[in-house]
Structure formats: structure tokens, C-alpha cells
Design a protein. Structure first.
Length: 235
């Protein structure tokens, strides 16, 4: 720190600039780069990535074929780096209604398949709409089948809710996070996102046309893959 022998000549701006270290400048440059519109971010969390194969299970909370959440989910999946394989869970509509009397050691075939897909996944990406101030019943039903078997325990998860209304499905988002917490899933830092007015942020071809949403979804995928790739459930 400079000795201030002449307070009249003291320039705090100059002093602040002079005391920035090389590391500070490097971090500032990284921040500036990620704040600008850019191509998909490099996966550099921790400055090193293992690039070992990663499997992520993607789940849409909507059954509609033209769902905006499904469209958004596919756009996020396209942001995954080359060493990541993302599989869509396709059988949610066929799962039976949850019944504790049917939740036996010898699970029903569709339930066993659902559980095995979760078990084999290194992480999970969920994108859901909001229905009646909560998650759609089919998604909640699927989650109910996992409560006793525990495939979500310590599983890295990223959660997106999207809605055409200005609140972005925040009630569904909060409800889903609460359920995942109870199931001991690890919602990764930086892995939660609500997208309001989603219909205005998706193009006719299914791409994300809103720049802020594109960057935020890139960061979400970055957070999920970075957590898995580091071998840690905490960043």
C-alpha cells in the first residue's frame, strides 16, 4: 500500500488500479468474457476437466409433443460437450399410478426400467412446466416411485422450470426442489433456472433466440457437467 503523504494528491482510482494483481486481472477478463454474448462456454470449471464419458438422463415434465419445455430441454441438451451423452426418458406416460401395495422388491417392469435409468445416470436434467401451482402429476408420480428405492440419493441434478407466464413456473420450481431435497438429490450450485415468457424465447426451429436465456442455460449445463466431471457433489 502506498504511503499517503499528500492527501490532496491522493487518487483512489489510481491506487485501486495499481494494486490489482495479475490474478485479479485474469479473473476480471474471464468475467468480462462470460458477460458478453458468446458461443457456448468452454467447460473449464476448476481449470481441468477429466473428459471421461458422462451419462445424463434428461426428463421433461410435460407429455405434450409440442411442449415448450420439451423444446427448451432439447436446446439445452444440444449444449452438452462431446464427452457427455444425454438420454431422454421416454416412458413417463406409461408408468402406473404409484401404489405402495405395488412397490415391492420385485418391481413392475416399467418401474424397474425407470429406476435403472436413474441408477445408471451420472446426473439428471429436469425441465418442467407448472400446473395448478405445482409440478405436473405425471412427473410427481414418477418421482413417487423413487422415494423408497433411493436412486436420487447423492445424484447431481439440474432443474429448469419454464412457463409462458411472467413468473416462469416458480411454484413448480420450488415444489420440485423441495421434493428432490427430501429424496437427498444434490441440486448442483448454478443448476437451477426459471424461464418466464418461454414462448417468446424459443425460435420456430427450436433454438433459444433470447440471448440472456441462452447464456443462463449454458451456465446451467456447465454447472451440471462440471460437478459430475470433478467427481464431487459440491462445487
Amino acid at each position: 500500500m502506498h504511503a499517503l503523504t499528500d492527501l490532496k494528491n491522493f487518487n483512489p482510482t489510481k491506487l485501486a488500479v495499481e494494486t490489482i494483481t495479475d490474478k485479479d486481472a485474469e479473473l476480471n477478463e474471464k468475467y468480462q468474457q462470460t458477460s458478453r454474448p458468446a458461443e457456448p462456454l468452454l467447460f473449464t470449471r476448476g481449470d481441468q476437466m477429466s473428459n471421461q464419458p458422462i451419462n445424463i438422463l434428461a426428463i421433461s415434465g410435460s407429455l405434450r409433443k409440442k411442449s415448450s419445455n420439451l423444446t427448451l430441454l432439447r436446446a439445452i441438451i444440444a449444449m452438452a460437450p462431446p464427452h457427455v451423452t444425454v438420454t431422454m426418458y421416454e416412458d413417463m406416460a406409461q408408468l402406473p399410478h404409484f401404489n405402495p401395495d405395488l412397490d415391492l422388491d420385485d418391481a413392475l417392469p416399467l418401474v424397474a426400467h425407470w429406476r435403472n435409468q436413474l441408477k445408471d445416470a451420472d446426473g439428471v436434467l429436469i425441465c418442467t412446466p407448472e400446473y395448478a401451482k405445482g409440478v405436473p402429476g405425471t412427473l410427481k408420480n414418477a418421482l413417487d416411485w423413487i422415494v423408497s428405492s433411493g436412486e436420487f440419493v447423492n445424484k447431481p441434478v439440474a432443474v429448469v422450470s419454464a412457463s409462458p407466464n411472467p413468473k416462469g413456473g416458480e411454484a413448480a420450481h420450488a415444489s420440485l426442489l423441495s421434493t428432490l431435497s427430501m429424496m437427498s438429490a444434490i441440486v448442483v450450485e448454478g443448476g437451477t433456472l426459471t424461464v418466464p415468457l418461454v414462448n417468446k424465447k424459443l425460435g420456430a426451429g427450436g433454438d433459444i433466440i433470447d440471448e440472456e436465456t441462452r447464456l443462463r442455460t449454458q451456465h446451467l449445463m456447465h454447472a451440471l457437467v462440471g460437478t459430475i466431471d470433478s467427481g464431487s457433489t459440491k462445487l
